[in-house]
Write a protein that binds this ligand. Structure first.
Ligand SMILES: [Zn+2]
Ligand SMILES: [Zn+2]
Length: 298
């Protein structure tokens, strides 16, 4: 486990090299490349590192310290009693909880306010994977993984396996890799993840998996990429800004605007904070589910 931790810590130079190779490949093949989007993703990464250093491990690790018990004892690292089965269980369980963490990050506006940053790039390149916003550890979304801590895994181990899961997802953010045959049926791939980043109504709310695509197939959120409908990357209402602070906080500002106008009504307040993005008390806006419904079943 410690070796895994070291791998994650030193992965940045490898990832940056891969991103440079991608740029070279795109230029060589005369394909478009938006350097501005990549620079904004790098700015997001740099500021997130600073924010993480200041606030520490975030909600999951902080709360886990207060929990005096675990139902089971499931040691992983070089502690007595660790075994590969525990590691296998944790990897699969993190994937399952990641599916819900990611799905709720789209379906609950409080969590979407951070996750919208990841979807704000209007193009798809490897560095998009590094655009994750800075407010994740404050929003509490990581508590989705809390049952694993109660079950018996250490918060630190859950966090390391989650980092590995995110590391896998780096290569999904590219237009360079096409259909991968049988691999597409079980694993998350660039094709599946391009759909996830699509703002086309039929591609909304799809393909939430991390390493695997099986939970999407099982829970009915899988959508395959179609050559008949090229993906338009970005938010439904495209975000055009060169300001990394605005990009990171734009949805929080929208939330604040709605809350300041509707805080007197508890029902509206809850809807604007925790309802699906696009929810409005008078139906004047559309949620992504409503947009999708209009296309799939006009
Ligand atoms: Zn997403
Ligand atoms: Zn992504």
């Amino acid at each position: 486990m410690d070796a895994v931790f070291t791998t994650i810590a030193y992965s940045s130079p490898v990832l940056l090299t891969l991103a440079a190779i991608e740029i070279y490949w795109l230029k060589r093949h005369g394909r478009p490349y938006r350097a501005r989007d990549s620079l904004l993703s790098l700015a997001d990464l740099a500021i997130r590192r600073v924010v993480s250093a200041v606030i520490g491990g975030g909600v999951l690790i902080t709360i886990a310290r207060w929990i005096p018990f675990r139902w089971l004892d499931l040691p992983l690292r070089s502690e007595p009693g660790w075994n590969w089965l525990n590691i296998g269980i944790l990897v699969l369980a993190v994937e399952f909880f990641y599916y819900w963490f990611h799905r709720w990050s789209h379906e609950i506006r409080w969590f979407w306010a951070t996750h919208a940053v990841h979807h704000s790039s209007n193009s798809m390149s490897l560095l998009t994977a590094e655009r994750l916003g800075w407010t994740q550890s404050l929003s509490g979304a990581a508590l989705t993984f809390f049952p694993l801590v109660l079950l018996g895994f250490k918060a630190q181990d859950v966090s390391v396996v989650l980092s590995l899961n995110l590391l896998y997802q780096f290569w999904l953010h590219t237009e360079v890799i096409g259909d991968l045959g049988w691999f597409e049926s079980v694993f998350n791939t660039p094709s599946h993840h391009r759909v996830h980043h699509g703002a086309n109504p039929r591609y909304l709310d799809a393909n939430y998996g991390g390493i695997l695509i099986i939970w999407d197939r099982l829970f009915g959120t899988f959508v395959a990429e179609s050559s008949a409908e090229p993906v338009r990357f970005g938010l439904v209402k495209p975000l055009v800004s060169n300001n990394p602070v605005y990009i990171a906080l734009h949805e929080w500002m929208n939330v604040a605007k709605d809350v300041s106008s509707h805080w007197r009504s508890p029902k509206r307040l809850l809807g604007y904070l925790f309802g699906p993005p696009g929810w409005s008390h008078d139906g004047s806006r559309l949620t992504s589910a409503q947009m999708k419904q209009r296309v799939v079943d006009p």
